[in-house]
Design a protein around this ligand. Structure first.
Ligand SMILES: [Zn+2]
Length: 122
């Protein structure tokens, strides 16, 4: 079982549910901005077309970030259900409590996370 007390785990569970709702809402509201750029060719020049494309790219990368964060939140919630919460996905060690307080959806411990950032899987 996890090293978290029931109260603490309950709190984190609530936090994750709230985060899930918040990220979901952000994702929905970000969708229109990432849609294909429609431009009025008579009004816009080449520069503003590039601007529009850049904005679209930014919107899309924001969405991708939201999506992967949401996935982590869902995964964390599933881990609470299965009793695996607070264990690192990679090495199976306990994830630091301080880390979970800031980022309850963290899937792995600090050491494994750092390794992943050096070798991002895309
Ligand atoms: Zn680890």
């Amino acid at each position: 079982m996890t090293l978290l007390s029931k109260t603490r785990l309950g709190k984190i569970h609530q936090q994750l549910i709230a985060l899930q709702a918040e990220l979901g809402a952000q994702y929905e509201s970000g969708l229109p901005a990432s849609d294909t750029v429609v431009l009025d060719q008579s009004k816009v020049g080449r520069l503003s077309r590039m601007d529009a494309l850049q904005q679209q790219n930014m919107a899309q990368s924001t969405l991708r970030n939201l999506e992967s964060r949401l996935r982590r939140v869902n995964r964390a919630l599933a881990k609470i259900d299965s009793g695996d919460f607070a264990y690192c996905d990679e090495c199976g060690e306990n994830i630091e409590l301080a880390r979970l307080e800031v980022q309850p959806e963290a899937p792995c411990c600090f050491a494994c996370q750092s390794k992943q950032e050096y070798h991002p899987q895309s």
